[in-house]
Design a binder for this molecule. Structure first.
Ligand SMILES: C[S@@+](CC[C@H](N)C(=O)[O-])C[C@H]1O[C@@H](n2cnc3c(N)ncnc32)[C@H](O)[C@@H]1O
Length: 176
């Protein structure tokens, strides 16, 4: 059941990958990335993870803005990652690896910030993903989450995501 779910998602995004940056929805995704940048508050030397990174557009934008940033993009889809690597202008500062958000192959406290844009809604086990994010974030690190919701909030919200890492925060409901 779980295996079938993951393989179906992988198939869906593998098929979408070559046209992902050219189809109409990408206009929204890019606008979301641009808007998110207005809320980011990170030091110059920063180590970030983008889960469900797709074609890597957000990390490219971040690496251009923060010139000492190091980033890892993680995604389920081999083809999305292929597109991300083809347009990676910041190698080796940026690298792209295959994996699942539910089981991150990274050390505890490895990242200063974790990003997830328009991918959280696809996760089969959201609580497990939250646990993994809290684990790989350094104390005081930030989790920036953007997803599409039906709520009409106009302002982003900052929330604690873990009773252990109270400093870790989530930025949600960025509308535009
Ligand atoms: C709509 S795309 C968003 C891509 C990118 N974050 C953006 O803002 O354009 C969703 C991405 O999440 C990835 N994804 C879905 N479920 C995943 C999972 N369990 N683990 C890792 N990546 C996943 C898909 O392969 C796809 O590339």
């Amino acid at each position: 059941m779980t295996f079938g779910f993951f393989s179906n998602k992988k198939l869906l995004f593998d098929r979408w990958a070559s046209s992902y940056d050219w189809l109409f929805p990408s206009v929204f995704y890019r606008a979301i990335h641009k808007r998110l940048l207005e809320y980011i508050n990170l030091p110059k030397q920063v180590n970030v993870l983008d889960i469900g990174c797709g074609t890597g557009r957000l990390l490219e934008r971040l690496a251009s803005e923060f010139t000492a940033l190091k980033g890892i993009g993680l995604d389920l889809s081999t083809n999305m990652l292929r597109m991300a690597r083809l347009s990676n202008h910041h190698h080796p500062r940026l690298i792209f690896v295959e994996g699942k958000a539910e089981s991150l192959a990274f050390a505890d406290g490895q990242f200063d910030a974790v990003f997830s844009t328009i991918s959280f809604l696809h996760y089969l086990e959201p609580q497990q993903v939250f646990n993994e994010i809290a684990r790989v974030l350094s104390p005081g690190g930030y989790f920036y989450l953007v997803d599409i919701t039906s709520k009409k909030d106009t302002e982003p919200q900052i929330l604690p995501i873990s009773p252990v890492e109270l400093d870790s925060t989530a930025l949600i409901n960025v509308s535009f």
